[in-house]
Ligand binder design. Structure first.
Ligand code: HEM
Length: 326
């Protein structure tokens, strides 16, 4: 890369990778605050707040302050992403450098999509794109964390990989349909913003149906992981199942109680966690060579025993680790 950075930054790579994901999940929740307080057009234009000012003025009131505050958080995200990128360079870790570069690149792209949501007066399909883009960044952040700290493992058997892939696709369908329900519902982000015109009840029903499929696939993967004695896959699939059940419960309660804002915000937090969990599962069935020492009782337990059975000898076993290294 030819960039000179202080080598001591390398020691900060892991904390910065964690900070990256926390910030990106955090901005989903503050984005929820913007929408749920009706502040989506608190700053009526973009990139300036108003035609003649970069910052909100008194007339825009609390809505202006909330929307502007969310815009400013972009800079916090950018600083963390840049530091993480520099730490990856200092650590001479090519995969981490590429991933943190991608995460950093996504932030201005997401700021522009956020700007387009304002310029289109909160068109629900653009709001959906803005939300789903955050889910993509969260997945990259999780990819970076997985690269830095997760147990060494060979590829999982093909049945596990197929179910994991189906879960990943279904998970994206769930996330997308969730945004369609939001586009049909009352929390538009501004009293005058248009809705997508679909029936909220029908879309909620389809959304919940896709959740049921996701949960069924997750239970299936959990059974497969347990049967093959794969501790790491069992742990991460069990954790994702917990997130799905909690998120499903929040979804049902918010639906039954006419969408109270706190529950809707919690549901958006759950969606961010689910995105991270889906990426984790997709990676957990792929081969991985531990790059750094893996501290922590849970990880070292899973490291020692992850897929201790040699899958190259089992029926339908995955490829040996060496064959799938990039
Ligand atoms: C794994 C479980 C679930 C996930 C990952 C999930 C995900 C999502 C996402 C991403 C959104 C859109 C958030 C936004 O655009 O701001 C959403 C909205 C919504 N979800 Fe879910 N959901 C789940 C379960 C459920 C269930 C079981 C129900 C029950 C009907 C439900 C009801 C709703 C409703 C009513 C909305 C619209 C909220 C609004 O208008 O602001 N969700 N969901």
């Amino acid at each position: 890369m030819g960039v000179k950075v202080p080598t001591r930054l390398a020691g900060w790579l892991w904390p910065l990778a964690v900070a990256n994901i926390l910030c990106n999940i955090g901005i989903v929740v503050t984005g929820a605050a913007v929408r749920l307080t009706g502040s989506g057009l608190g700053c009526p234009t973009w990139p300036r707040c108003t035609e003649d000012s970069l910052r909100p003025h008194g007339e825009l009131g609390i809505n202006g302050a909330i929307e502007f505050g969310n815009r400013m958080l972009t800079f916090v995200l950018a600083v963390v992403a840049i530091l993480c990128f520099l730490a990856a360079i200092a650590a001479k870790d090519r995969v981490a450098t590429r991933l943190s570069f991608l995460i950093g690149l996504y932030i201005p792209a997401q700021a522009v999509i956020g700007g387009i949501t304002v310029l289109t007066d909160l068109n629900p399909w653009v709001v959906s794109l803005h939300f789903l883009s955050s889910m993509v960044i969260i997945m990259f952040c999780l990819g970076l964390m997985d690269h830095l700290r997760s147990p060494a493992r060979p590829a999982a058997p093909s049945a596990h990989r197929l179910v994991a892939l189906l879960m990943f696709v279904t998970g994206w369908v769930v996330l997308y349909l969730g945004t369609v329900v939001t586009g049909a519902g009352p929390h538009a982000g501004d009293a005058d913003a248009r809705r997508n015109g679909l029936d909220p009840e029908m879309t909620s029903f389809v959304h919940a149906g896709s959740v049921a499929l996701l949960i069924a696939l997750t239970v299936l993967l959990l059974v497969l992981a347990r049967r093959s004695g794969d501790r790491w896959l069992t742990v991460v699939t069990g954790a994702l199942l917990g997130i799905e059940l909690a998120q499903g419960l929040v979804g049902v309660v918010q639906y039954a109680t006419d969408l109270p804002v706190l529950l809707v915000a919690l549901h958006m937090l759950g969606a961010g966690l689910l995105a991270a969990g889906l990426a984790r599962i997709l990676l957990a069935v792929r081969p991985h060579e531990a790059q750094h020492d893996v501290p922590g009782a849970l990880l070292s337990w899973a490291s020692g025993e992850a897929r201790d059975a040699d899958h190259s000898q089992s029926p339908g076993g995955g490829e040996p680790l060496g064959d799938r290294r990039a």
